[in-house]
Structures are given as C-alpha cells and as structure tokens.
Design a protein around this ligand. Structure first.
Ligand SMILES: Cc1cc2nc3c(=O)[nH]c(=O)nc-3n(C[C@H](O)[C@H](O)[C@H](O)COP(=O)(O)OP(=O)(O)OC[C@H]3O[C@@H](n4cnc5c(N)ncnc54)[C@H](O)[C@@H]3O)c2cc1C
Length: 485
C-alpha cells in the first residue's frame, strides 16, 4: 500500500490556466505547501538531513479524468499507487464551484452518455444525470428556430424541416451521416483518413446555411473552434456518441464525475496541493524514477510513473525526453454566469441555444436550471453563456456589458436587465489543438517505467481522457509483468 498520507486541508488553488472573475474581490490563493499539511511516517521532518525519497508502487501525476482512470485501473489489479495533484481538488478541467447556492461548472460542459469508456467506468444512476433536449434552438432572423433529433423528437423535427436553419436535403444528410458513423467502430473512426471538419461537411454536401447557422455554433462550441478546422475523426466520434446517448449534466454539477471516480480510490492514495516540478527521467534505473514536488519532497516509484497532466505541462515536465511541441492555437473559452428569478426566464425547455448569426460574441447559452434545477437555490435560475476564444484583450466588465447587450437583443432588455452577473471563467487551455494531421491513438509509453495519458494522447473529450488513463496503466502493468492484459 502507499505510504501513510493524509489528504491536506483544501484551499483555493485555481490552475494557472483558469482565471475566475466576479464583481467581488477574491482572496489570492495561498501557495501550495503540502508538507506542512501531511502527516508522514518518515524522517522528513528533520530539516538538517537531505530529503529522503518516499517509495510507492506507481506514481500518477495529475488528478484529472485521465489520472483518475489510470489510478482506477491500477487499483483493479491491486497495484499500490500514489496520485499527486497540483490543485486543491480532483477533476482537472472538470470541476464545479458552489457559489451562494449556485453550482458553477468551470466552463460549460456536457456529459454525453454514449461515451463508450465512460459507460464502463462510471455509475450513471449515482450521477443522477439530467437530460438536455436532443437538438438545439438556433437564434437566427430575430427568432429561435428548432433543430431536433428526428428519432427522439419526431414531430418537432417534422415542423422544423422548412425552417431557415438548412434545407430539407440538409436534414436528410444529417440522418445519413448518423447512419454512416453508427456502422463504424470507434477505433476505425479515430484512425480513419482525416480532413478538417468543415471540409468533411462540405464534401457530404451540407448547404452553407446549415454550416453557418448550425454546425459552426454547435460543433464550434464543442471544439472551441468556430472555423471547424478540428479533425473529421473527432467530429465523427462525437457525432456517433451523440447518436448513441443523451446530452446530460449530473444533478450535483459536472465535478460529480471525477469525484465519483476519486471516491472509489483509497483516501490515502490521493495527495492534493502537491505540484510536481520535475520527473527524474534521466535516471539509469528505469524502475526507480523519482519525482520532486514544489516543496522539495521527493517520491520514488517502484514500478513507474504515469504522467496525467495537460499537454503544455507534460511538455515542460518531459523536457529531457523527445516529446512533440504543444500545437497552436490551443482551444480557449470564456463562460459567464448570471442569476435570474425563475419568472424572468424566457425559455423553459432544457435546450441549448445557439447563435446562428454571424454577429456578436456569444456562441451558445442555456438555462442550466431548466436541465438540472439543483444548479440554483429555490426560486432562482442559472444562466450560462459561452464564448469561443479567450478575449484576453477585453476587460471583464466590457465582456459582461457586451454579453448583456447581446442577450437583451435576444430576449428583451426588461428581462435581461433583471439578471445579476455572478462569475466568469476564462479558460486558456480548454482543449489541445486537434487539427489534421492528428494521432488520436498515441502510444502512452515514453520509455519503460514512464507513461503519458490525457486528452492530447487520444481525443479531446472526457472519454478520450478516460481511455488514455486506462491504456497508460495497462502499458505499465504489461511492461512490469504485473498483469496479463
Ligand atoms: C470549458 C470546457 C468544456 C469542455 N467540454 C467538454 C464536453 O462537453 N465534453 C467533453 O467530452 N469534453 C469537454 N471538455 C474537455 C475535457 O474536459 C478534457 O478533455 C478532459 O477533462 C481532460 O482530462 P485530462 O485528465 O486529460 O486533463 P486535466 O483535466 O487537465 O487534468 C490534468 C490534471 O493534472 C494536474 N497537474 C498539472 N500539472 C501538474 C503538476 N505539475 N503536478 C501535479 N499535478 C498537475 C492538473 O491540476 C489537473 O488536475 C471541456 C473542457 C473544458 C475546459
């Protein structure tokens, strides 16, 4: 079993990739100092002697979905491990804050129940998943127009056949594209010939109307890439998952997903507030790779290291190894939250609203409480608005003003004027760049004893992160002959 480590008391430690703004002042996070908060059965408390490494089976660095999936796989084979996480909680990019009774996911995220690995590893019932309407409402021509999944909302889809969000042929082509992806295996999709998503959609024959009014805001919002230059492999994978499952949110917030995984691991196997500053991959003894924490503590692994950090951090920590550079531009987003009185909510459906015009900065929005009422206190509603890109040169106040003005054009000034701004999340690294050429099934092994996982190793999705974590753990177990997989 791992050494006896107690979880440190949590304190606010937003990642450098995430900026949170409200109208209120925030206390700056305290610098992480794990050693002051960990009780250790080790001689480290002696300040005069050089730090002695603490040994464990496997060290997993990073507690996002990939790291948690790797740890889950190790635990399944009773292999001891220690997960070192830099921030004050697990989840990585999949976290939520509770502010005055509102659940604020750190950026708008949707959990698609059709994700194949997620189905295997997560307990959906316990997540109490709340469904979105299968389709969207597209703001175009001064009104909202329905795009509906014909298999789930047949009469809506019939009524929407002649709306301006695309031609009747477009709507048939959506059905044919769906049939095509459903006949393909996931590995086949992820390794298929690739072009950009926009080129694929044009080749299928979609009209400019549906490309501009539906595909750009819908898939542009998923990829944080309105140009749709992201690989067709990712488009086909997500299109298939959307066909197989529902778009949902856990009632307790998106963070319930990683928290469910973490809760099944031994509590003393996760060490929070523990940023790793170096991985001693130069070590000759590949079976004893060491890692050093920001506070100077050193951990040594008996079987190997699984590096489950986001791509830019992995490139930094593996500086001595041959790793690819971070491809640019990385994908960024801003998510703004507003509170409203329930009677000031102009839309009652649990539906995603898309900006189908070529004007304004809003890409998509929804009333989170229409999907999961638990996202706000009784009588209140939570409004979530997403932008594609970071808008780094626009001050928070200006961004809020711009969004409020745009929403007022959609719903009326008297409605939107009654809402209160809650918080903004600017997420610099939301997803890696996955434009062609891509390799969505990368080998997790850097060398014996050192493995990588994360969404940049597979597909930039929850599922990609989960699969990559499992595969990294299996590669380690196989190399160390700890298990036959
Ligand atoms: C706003 C937003 C919306 C998204 N929407 C969706 C969606 O709807 N559907 C979907 O499928 N995907 C979505 N994604 C993508 C998805 O969240 C990611 O692909 C996935 O969560 C990545 O998981 P990961 O474990 O690879 O990386 P991360 O979640 O980034 O985890 C890496 C972890 O490593 C830790 N770490 C970093 N450096 C160190 C260090 N030096 N020492 C120790 N720990 C370290 C970090 O703190 C972090 O916890 C979205 C992402 C964002 C940001």
């Amino acid at each position: 079993m791992p050494p006896c480590l107690c979880l440190p008391a949590t304190h606010s430690l937003p990642s450098s990739n995430l900026l949170i703004s409200t109208r209120h002042r925030f206390r700056l996070p305290k610098p992480p100092n794990a050693s002051s908060q960990i009780s250790l059965n080790s001689p480290l408390s002696n300040q005069t002697s050089p730090p002695q490494p603490k040994t464990t089976g496997v060290i997993v660095i990073g507690g996002g979905l990939a790291g948690l999936a790797a740890a889950t796989r190790l635990q399944a084979d009773n292999v001891p491990f220690l997960l070192l996480e830099a921030s004050d909680g697990v989840g990585g990019r999949v976290r939520s804050d509770v502010v005055d009774g509102y659940i604020l996911d750190r950026g708008f995220q949707i959990f698609i129940t059709g994700y194949p690995e997620a189905r295997k590893i997560l307990d959906y019932d316990a997540l109490d998943l709340r469904k979105f309407y299968s389709g969207a409402q597209v703001y175009y021509g001064g009104r909202f127009n329905t795009v509906a999944d014909p298999l789930r909302h047949f009469s809506d889809s019939l009524q929407s056949l002649t709306n301006p969000i695309g031609t009747v042929v477009d709507k048939l082509l959506i059905g044919l594209t769906r049939l095509k992806v459903l006949t393909q295996g996931d590995d086949e999709i992820l390794n298929a010939e690739e072009v950009t998503t926009i080129d694929l959609l044009k080749k299928i024959g979609f009209s400019d109307a549906i490309l501009e009014r539906f595909f750009r805001p819908f898939f542009g919002g998923i990829f944080f890439d309105r140009e749709l230059e992201t690989t067709s492999r990712l488009f086909n994978f997500i299109f298939k998952c959307l066909a197989l499952g529902d778009n949902t949110l856990p009632a307790k917030g998106i963070a319930a997903i990683p928290e469910q995984l973490a809760a099944k691991l031994p509590s003393n196997s996760i060490l929070l507030n523990s940023p790793v500053v170096s991985v001693d991959s130069e070590s000759n003894s590949s079976s004893r790779i060491r890692v050093k924490l920001l506070n100077g503590e050193i951990f040594e692994s008996e079987f190997g290291i699984i590096l489950a950090v986001e791509e830019p951090e992995a490139v930094k920590l593996l500086a001595g190894e041959k790793t690819a550079e971070v491809r640019q531009p990385v994908r960024s987003t801003v998510c703004l939250y507003f509170s409203a009185d329930q009677d000031k909510v102009p839309v009652r459906d649990p539906v995603l609203l898309l900006n189908g015009t070529d004007k304004g900065i809003i890409n998509n929005m929804f009333f989170a409480t229409n999907v999961a009422p638990s996202y706000a206190p009784a009588g209140k509603a939570l409004v979530s608005v997403s932008l594609v890109g970071l808008y780094g040169d626009v001050a928070d106040e200006d961004l809020v003003d711009q969004v409020v003005k745009e929403l007022s054009g959609w719903f009326g000034q008297s409605v939107v004027g009654s809402w209160s701004y809650l918080r903004m999340y600017r997420i610099g690294f939301a997803q890696p760049n996955q434009c062609p050429p891509t390799n969505l099934t990368k080998n997790p092994k850097i060398k014996p004893g050192l493995y990588i996982c994360g969404d940049y190793v597979t597909s930039a999705t929850f599922d990609g992160a989960l699969v990559s974590g499992k595969k990294a753990a299996e590669a380690l177990l196989q190399d160390r002959a700890l298990v036959t997989v």
